[in-house]
Design a protein around this ligand. Sequence first.
Ligand code: SAM
Length: 218
Amino acid sequence: METNEFGKKREKLIERLRYELNLSDKVVEAMKKVPRHLFVPPAYRSEAYVDAPLPIGKGQTISAPHMVAIMCELLDLKKGDKVLEVGAGCGYHAAVVAEIVGKDGKVIAIERIPELAEMAKRNLETLGYDNVLVVVGDGSKGYEKEAPYDKIYVTASAPKIPEPLIEQLKPGGKLVIPVGNFTQHLYVVEKDENGNVKKKNWGAVRFVPLIGEYGFDE
Ligand code: SAM
């Protein structure tokens, strides 16, 4: 299929999501720029613009476009934000966030499976995303080396909100994280200027498990 054909399908899907989810222009523009079909394995390319998760190898998935859009909206991303993504997978969600935070911003994407981190790195480098740093490690502990962060989001479900992630948020920062095992809910955690924390439950979701020290056992 021609690249042009992928572009048309992407435009159609994102416009539908804009309407259904009442998305902001900045999220819509970012998602229109990122070629999701180049982040999925070749066998799934024709399904890249269906609003569904797809396998990316190692038992993991690329998140559904609507979930990426919702998490970006909940984070209230701004140009220049420094963002930690826990669960880089193939790098798609990080690319969307990188588009929104722009050249003055930075995304640190941590992934526990080295082969997936390598794939994310390759995908992001090929497309010229030089404001994303992919690292291998247990992101349930956050990534102290680059902390603190304006925003943190987690793309795998935790047993409870990991304390290190709250600690690594700047005052005024936001964390978006799915929590739960069989039943999961997406939480928005806000840290105010005095360091006080407020949690809101956005609603039910479905994610792969967060595996690690502050996650589930392997
Ligand atoms: N962000 C991806 C995208 O662009 O669609 C989706 C990632 S997938 C839904 C969740 C990822 O979290 C998997 O690649 C999984 O290996 C990773 N993961 C699970 N536990 C982790 C941990 N403790 N630290 C870092 N990554 C983790």
